[in-house]
Design a protein around this ligand. Structure first.
Ligand code: DGI
Ligand code: FE
Ligand code: FE
Length: 189
């Protein structure tokens, strides 16, 4: 499917709120891609599809990922599983074949060590898109203007604080991803 057909399909399948968020992520991701010299069309497609699995039931997400290795914590939690399920849908329903785009969709919630620039752009755009208005979002927007790593670190810090406040489990890739960003920043990146 081309970008317009994907957008049309999502407009019919997602709630209004999720579709509006999605278009905000597209705009933010394209802007970051332009600033940081990443392929804007890849950023557009990954952003458009990043939450395409988000509104499925947990059971439908689990059906989609049944042939893919996935640990128990992710398998049991839709907040963690929707990126992987979305990646499968992006391939099967929307015909996306580019591995970098599929990977950015897969890891958009938790990140991981050694994220690509596109992975970081989708992770960050999800946070800072214009419809987001939680306390602290402007700090992440400012950090994102300094560097992708500063932005991603600020995003991780906010997520981890939120999870601690709610008494929730912190997924291992969230911790490993944050540690990896810190290490790159200490290295002068
Ligand atoms: O899908 P969105 O709402 O646009 O944003 P997202 O994909 O970043 O998902 C945010 C949700 O994921 C939010 O409910 C917190 C949850 N989350 C993110 N990292 C972790 C996590 N939940 C757990 N349990 N552990 C994590 O490390
Ligand atoms: Fe998401
Ligand atoms: Fe999102």
């Amino acid at each position: 499917m081309d970008i317009e057909a994907i957008e049309q399909d999502l407009s019919e399948r997602l709630s209004k709120k999720r579709f509006t968020h999605t278009l905000g992520v597209v705009e933010a991701a394209r802007a970051l891609a332009r600033i940081y010299g990443v392929n804007e069309e890849d950023a557009h497609i990954a952003a458009l599809l990043h939450d395409c699995g988000k509104e499925l039931s947990l059971q439908d997400m689990q059906l989609l990922v049944q042939d893919i290795p996935c640990d128990d914590e992710m398998f049991a939690n839709g907040a963690l599983l929707h990126g992987l399920a979305g990646m499968v849908l992006a391939q099967s329903r929307y015909g996306v074949t580019k591995q970098d785009v599929l990977e950015a969709i897969r890891v958009h919630t938790t990140g991981k060590p050694n994220m690509s620039e596109l992975d970081k752009i989708i992770f960050l755009a999800d946070y800072i898109e214009k419809n987001r208005d939680f306390p602290g979002v402007d700090f992440i927007r400012e950090a994102a203007n300094k560097s992708l790593n500063e932005g991603v670190l600020a995003g991780y810090d906010m997520t981890i604080r939120h999870l601690l406040d709610k008494g929730l489990s912190i997924y291992v890739l969230t911790i490993l991803g944050r540690n990896d960003i810190l290490q790159h920043m200490r290295g002068g990146n």
